[in-house]
Design a binder for this molecule. Structure first.
Ligand code: ATP
Ligand code: MG
Length: 417
């Protein structure tokens, strides 16, 4: 993995070198510089350059004009692809959303100034020089998220930045600098203008990093209501359903942080911690515009987790039935959820239990029966709906008595029916 990252970085520098050789300025910029300084894993390398998009297109052999209007060209190299963006400032902001058009500028500094946070507003040259006009390096050391420039103005320009601030705080376990934090409180309502899908994407990154940090900041800044429900219907549960003397949202953050990095599990842990009923869950998932499959996964997991006894109490037969009825993924999620809430110390044990139970499962669907519909018809079952009914009865029997799943034994049962 490390080797691969290294390779991509070498290639990113090749892109920078090529631009320089053509007479332009070019730097690594933004997230990759931040993550490099933090010695975090690097995923994508963004390059900023003085070359205009047409010039970038002309310099490299394989390119995709990804976002020409915004100055972004994707350069395809041998092993990876790199986004090369012309130095720019953002044009007119309308309604706190991304600008329609951008203005290309001459200097790196102007380009860095349009970026959201100081830690994201650094550029690294091939000569090893760090361009850091806003104190990003110092903020990295202090572990703070600080807006570049006046935070209120920056959030008015683009309200999504407020959620990006929380998201970075959660991913890096940083704090948000005081003035920036107050600006989020002040500007929170502008989030109403942001597309639900963009909000959802930031929210998911929060859920998958440090949800405890995220929830705490979202509540402190009163932005949570723009994620989970539209105002003014959002009501924070103030009671203490768990009798732990703890706030349910605090428990939610803690429990989610212990759950595997699986969105469906984390959503269910959240909904259970804050005691969401099915109707509210449905509405929330709808509002968040989750993909259909994800919605189904979450609902199945939530239903099983809230309706059935806890997995500790499942008999052999119940395990088999639940695997058959819900499928492996949902049952596994319910176990992981149970473990992260009630038995955080037992993760290894639960992984083993799941693996053993999975290996023992005799039947996941009718296809796993040792007989087919053809076999049944050859043995006197009339073609038509009867075939399906008999197959289901056989499946039921096999779940009770797995040893029965052999062709001869099943056909004997069929003849007895
Ligand atoms: P990651 O990719 O790890 O989520 P990143 O910092 O690379 O983090 P991107 O969304 O990929 O984030 O954006 C790349 C860079 O573009 C950022 O580092 C920042 O400099 C700039 N940027 C992105 N979104 C905004 C925005 N809404 N406002 C201002 N600058 C932004
Ligand atoms: Mg990025």
């Amino acid at each position: 993995m490390l080797h691969q990252e290294h390779q991509s970085e070498r290639e990113a520098w090749q892109v920078v070198a090529t631009l320089e050789e053509a007479g332009h300025e070019a730097y690594l910029v933004g997230g990759c510089v931040r993550d490099k300084l933090l010695q975090r894993g690097l995923y994508d390398y963004d390059i900023t350059t003085s070359a205009l998009p047409e010039e970038v297109l002309a310099i490299f052999r394989r390119t995709v004009p990804t976002g020409i209007k915004h100055g972004t060209v994707t350069v395809l190299m041998e092993r990876d692809q790199y986004e090369v963006t012309t130095f720019r400032t953002d044009g007119e902001y309308k309604d706190g959303r991304r600008p329609e058009e951008v203005v290309f500028v001459r200097s790196l500094r102007e380009d860095l100034a349009r970026r959201d946070f100081t830690i994201n507003a650094m550029a690294l040259g091939r000569d090893g020089r760090l361009h850091d006009p806003f104190g990003g390096q110092e903020d990295l050391q202090r572990r703070v998220i600080r807006a570049v420039g006046d935070p209120v103005q920056r959030f008015e320009e683009d309200a999504l930045r407020m959620l990006r601030a929380v998201r970075f705080a959660a991913q890096l376990r940083f704090t948000i600098e005081e003035r920036t934090l107050r600006a989020i409180q002040y500007e929170a309502a502008s989030l109403q203008r942001i597309a639900r899908e963009r909000i959802r994407d930031e929210w998911h990154k929060m859920l998958l990093s440090s949800p405890d940090v995220a929830l705490q900041l979202l509540r402190q800044t009163d932005t949570l209501r723009y994620i989970l429900s539209r105002p003014p219907t959002f009501d924070l549960p103030v009671h203490d359903p768990w009798g732990y003397g703890r706030d349910p949202w605090e428990l939610a953050g803690e429990w989610m942080g212990r759950a595997p990095e699986d969105l469906a599990v984390r959503y269910c842990v959240l909904f259970i911690a804050i005691q969401t009923d099915e109707a509210r869950l449905e509405r929330t998932l709808q509002e968040l515009k989750l993909p259909t499959q994800m919605k189904q996964d979450i609902k199945a997991c939530h239903r099983l987790a809230t309706q059935d006894d806890k997995p500790r109490g499942w008999s052999d037969l119940e395990w088999r039935h639940l695997f058959y009825q819900y499928g492996y993924d949902t049952v596994a999620r319910v176990c992981q959820l149970h473990c992260s809430i009630y038995e955080p110390g037992q993760k290894g044990e639960w992984d083993t239990t799941l693996a053993v139970r999975k290996a023992q499962q005799p039947l996941w669907s009718l296809q796993d029966l040792a007989v087919t519909g053809q076999d049944l018809m050859a043995n006197g079952v009339p073609a038509g709906p009867e075939v399906g009914k008999v197959l289901k009865r056989l499946a039921h029997q096999v779940l009770h008595e797995p040893e029965l799943n052999q062709k001869e034994r099943l056909l004997r049962i069929v003849r007895e029916f």
